[in-house]
Design a protein around this ligand. Structure first.
Ligand code: HEC
Length: 103
């Protein structure tokens, strides 16, 4: 029974329809705050202007990845060495709004 619940929850999450994802998508992000979050948590690997370093360049990332794919990338920990982050939903919405306008 427990395994079933975990599997269902996992599938749900993978499709980007988790309650967390929905919460993030319903919020309005603040680009300036998102930039700060990016500088503190992501710039070390992705570069101060997202030009890429240890991690790939995130220039035009919104053209390559959907909002839900971006959220999952940040919170899943599925692609080591990129760590799993646990921003609250407002922080994630802020970060998402920043990521979406990188060009
Ligand atoms: C320890 C280094 C590291 C940190 C810190 C890090 N990343 Fe990454 N990130 C990576 C690596 C490496 C990849 C490539 C993973 C792969 O696909 O194999 C990646 C991939 C990505 C991708 C997918 C890129 C693409 O072209 O599909 C996104 C989006 C991303 N990271 C965003 C972030 C954000 C936002 C943060 C901060 C919250 C962050 N990363 C923090 C290393 C890092």
């Amino acid at each position: 029974m427990l395994i079933f619940v975990v599997l269902v929850a996992g599938t749900y999450f993978y499709q980007g329809t988790s309650p967390y994802c929905q919460e993030v998508l319903a919020l309005e992000g603040n680009i300036g705050k998102g930039r700060d979050i990016f500088q503190i948590n992501c710039a070390v690997c992705h570069g101060a202007t997202a030009e890429g370093n240890i991690g790939p360049s995130l220039r035009n990332i919104a053209k390559r990845k959907s909002k839900t794919a971006l959220i999952n990338q940040v919170v899943s920990g599925d692609t080591p060495p990129m760590p799993k982050f646990k921003p609250n939903s407002q922080e994630m919405a802020d970060l998402l709004s920043y990521l979406e306008q990188i060009d």
